[in-house]
Design a protein around this ligand. Structure first.
Ligand SMILES: [Zn+2]
Length: 91
């Protein structure tokens, strides 16, 4: 139980930081689709933000878990464009 909360907290903070830094964005038409614009500057910024947030949250954590959470969130996103919008544009 405690372990799950720990990973959820880290994952949420990573996710929040990625959106705050514009390292990830949602499709304007499909809010369930998360896009990675491959803005490496923003991704570095998100990592720094996540570190600050997690310290403010007073969570004892492993740096490697935060790195993994950021990485997982980025990998779950689609590359560069929303595939649904792209398919409509091609029609
Ligand atoms: Zn879309």
């Amino acid at each position: 139980m405690y372990i799950n909360t720990y990973y959820e907290t880290i994952n949420d903070l990573a996710n929040e930081a990625l959106f705050m830094a514009n390292a990830l964005e949602r499709c304007a038409c499909h809010s369930d689709i998360v896009i990675r614009p491959h803005n490496y500057e923003a991704e570095r910024h998100a990592y720094a933000l996540a570190n600050i947030k997690i310290k403010q949250n007073d969570t004892a954590y492993m740096r490697s878990d935060l790195t993994k959470a950021i990485h997982d969130n980025i990998l779950e996103a689609v590359d560069d464009e929303c595939p649904v919008c792209a398919a409509i544009m091609r029609d």
